[in-house]
Design a binder for this molecule. Structure first.
Ligand code: EPU
Length: 428
C-alpha cells in the first residue's frame, strides 16, 4: 500500500495532458463482448478499473492485450461464465457485463457491483430495462441472474436519468429483435462514445446524446478500431487545481464543450479561463469569489467534480453552497478537509463552505475516488505536508496523477506505507 505526499504552496505552470475517459473505458471494454472478432480501443487510461475489467474479459474466455494506452480485445472464444463473486465486486462498472453478456449469450450471472460508496446506488432502472427486453432477472445471494429465450425491442421510459442504465440497456438491445426506444435517457458524452463504438461494430443506434435513443437490433456485430474521448472529469480536476494554484496551466486533450458548466463556474469565481479547440488555459487570481453549485445530469455541473470543487471553494471570499442532487451522501471528504482547517458544514445534501481559509497540511484518507482528488487539490493549496492514504481509490480513476502534477511544478510523490500506518488506516 502506498500514500501520496504533497508539500503545498507551489505555483503550477505548464501543460498537463488528459487521458482517455474512465467512465467511457469501463463501458467500452464490456461492449466488445458483443462483437465476433477483435476490437482495438485506443487512448485508454492506465487505471486499475481498466486492468480489472481486462482480467474479467479473460475470465470469460476473451483475450485482453493492453500496453497502457491501446487494448486489443478478442471476444471470439468467450463463454457465458457465471461471475457471482470475485473481481466483479471490485468496481461499479462490472454492471455493464450484465447488458453485454445478456446481449451476446442471452444469459449472465454477475455479482452486484462494488465501487465508490456514495450512499445508495440502486440498479433498478437497469433491471427494468432488461426485463422490458424479455429477460427474467433474479437476485440470488447478492448476484444478479439474467436469462432470456430471446431479446425483443421495447419502449423503455427511465424513471431516473441514469448513465449506467442508459448504456446497459443499449448494450442489451443492439442485438435484440426489433426496435428499442429509451426515453428520458442520459445525455453524457460517454454515452455517445459507447454508441459510436457499437455503431462502428455494426449496430444501428440513433439519438445518443439526446434524451430519446432509438436502437434497431442487428444479428451480428464485428470488430473495429475506436479512439476513446478525453476524460472530462480528469480535465475538470486539473482545471480546478489550476484555478487554485495555477500560473498559466494548459490542459491539453480536452473537449471544451464537455466541461462548459465548470468553465462557467470558474469564470464566475473570477478565474481566468481561455478555451481553444482541444486545450484550455487556466490561471488563478488572488481574490476568488464564493459561488453556489448544484450538481445535475449532463450538461449540468457534474457530481464527480463536486468534491474537488469544494476544496477550491475554501479559498474563495464569502460563503458558498454546494448541493449534490445526484448523490446526496457524497460528502465523506468534508471531515478530511476540516482536519486541514477548512470551515465547512454539511446540511442535508449541501455543504456550506466559508472562506477564505489557509488550508494546513495534515494526514488524511481518501474514502472514494473523487474524495481523493479533492484531497490532492487541498494538499496542493495547503501550507506544509499533506499525507493522503487510500491511494488505491485514486488509482482507480486517475492515470499517473502524481507524475502529471509533478510535471507542472507540484511537490508531490508516492511512498510505501509502513506496516504500522497500514494498521492505523485499517482501524480508522
Ligand atoms: N439511479 C437509480 N436507479 C438506477 C440507476 C441510478 O435510482 O437504476 C440513481 C442513482 O442512485 C443516482 C442517479 O440515479 O442518484 C444517477 O446515477 P447513474 O446511474 O447516472 O450513475 P452511475 O451510472 O452508477 C456514473 C458514473 C459515476 C458518476 C455518475 C453520475 C460510471 C461507471 N460511473 O455512475 O462516476 O458519478 O454516473 O454522473 O460511469 C466516478 O467517476 O467517480 C463516478 C462515481
Amino acid at each position: 500500500m502506498e500514500k501520496i505526499k504533497i508539500i503545498g504552496g507551489d505555483p503550477l505552470r505548464g501543460t498537463i495532458k488528459v487521458s482517455g475517459a474512465k467512465n467511457s473505458a469501463v463501458a467500452l471494454i464490456p461492449a466488445t463482448i458483443l462483437a465476433d472478432s477483435p476490437v482495438t480501443i485506443e487512448g485508454l487510461p492506465d487505471i486499475s478499473d481498466v486492468r480489472i475489467l481486462g482480467d474479467l474479459i479473460e475470465e470469460i474466455g476473451g483475450t485482453f492485450h493492453f500496453d497502457g494506452k491501446k487494448a486489443v480485445i478478442d471476444p471470439t472464444n468467450m463463454v457465458p461464465m457465471p461471475m457471482p463473486n470475485g473481481k466483479v465486486k471490485k468496481l461499479r462498472a462490472s454492471y455493464y457485463l450484465m447488458g453485454a453478456m445478456l446481449g451476446r449469450f442471452k444469459k449472465a450471472v454477475v455479482g452486484l457491483p462494488g465501487g465508490c460508496h456514495l450512499g445508495p446506488r440502486p440498479i433498478d432502472q437497469h433491471i427494468k430495462g432488461f426485463e422490458a427486453l424479455g429477460a427474467k432477472v433474479t437476485n440470488e445471494q447478492g448476484a444478479i441472474y439474467l436469462r432470456a429465450e430471446e431479446l425483443r425491442g421495447a419502449r423503455i421510459f427511465l424513471d431516473v436519468v441514469s448513465v449506467g442504465a442508459t448504456i446497459n440497456i443499449m448494450l442489451a438491445a443492439v442485438r435484440a429483435k426489433g426496435r428499442t426506444i429509451i426515453e428520458n435517457a442520459a445525455k453524457e458524452p460517454e454515452i455517445i462514445d459507447v454508441a459510436t463504438l457499437l455503431s462502428n461494430m455494426g449496430a444501428n443506434i440513433k439519438g445518443a446524446g439526446t434524451d430519446v435513443i432509438r436502437i434497431d437490433g442487428v444479428e451480428k456485430l464485428s470488430g473495429c478500431r475506436h479512439s476513446i474521448i478525453p476524460d472530462r472529469i480528469e480535465a475538470g480536476t486539473y482545471m480546478i487545481a489550476a484555478a487554485a494554484m495555477g500560473k498559466e496551466v494548459v490542459i491539453d486533450n480536452v473537449i471544451p464543450q464537455h466541461v462548459e458548466s465548470l468553465t462557467a463556474k470558474l469564470r464566475e469565481m473570477g478565474v481566468h479561463v481561455e478555451t481553444s479547440d482541444d486545450q484550455i488555459l487556466v490561471s488563478s487570481v488572488p481574490d476568488l469569489k464564493a459561488v453556489d453549485v448544484k450538481t445535475l445530469v449532463y450538461p449540468g455541473f457534474p457530481t464527480d467534480l463536486q468534491q474537488p470543487f469544494t476544496s477550491l471553494l475554501t479559498k474563495a471570499h464569502g460563503t458558498s453552497v454546494v448541493t449534490d442532487t445526484i448523490y446526496s451522501a457524497r460528502f465523506k471528504h468534508i471531515d478530511e478537509l476540516r482536519r486541514m482547517n477548512a470551515s465547512i458544514k454539511v446540511e442535508g445534501c449541501s455543504a456550506i463552505v466559508t472562506g477564505p481559509v489557509q488550508l494546513q497540511g495534515a494526514k488524511v484518507k481518501a474514502s472514494d475516488l473523487r474524495a481523493g482528488a479533492a484531497l490532492v487539490i487541498a494538499g496542493l493549496m495547503a501550507e506544509g505536508l499533506t499525507e493522503i492514504a487510500g491511494v488505491e481509490h485514486i488509482d482507480r480513476g486517475y492515470s499517473n496523477l502524481v507524475d502529471k502534477l509533478a510535471g507542472i511544478g507540484a511537490t508531490i510523490w508516492r511512498e510505501k506505507m509502513t506496516d504500522e500506518e497500514i494498521e492505523q488506516v485499517k482501524n480508522a
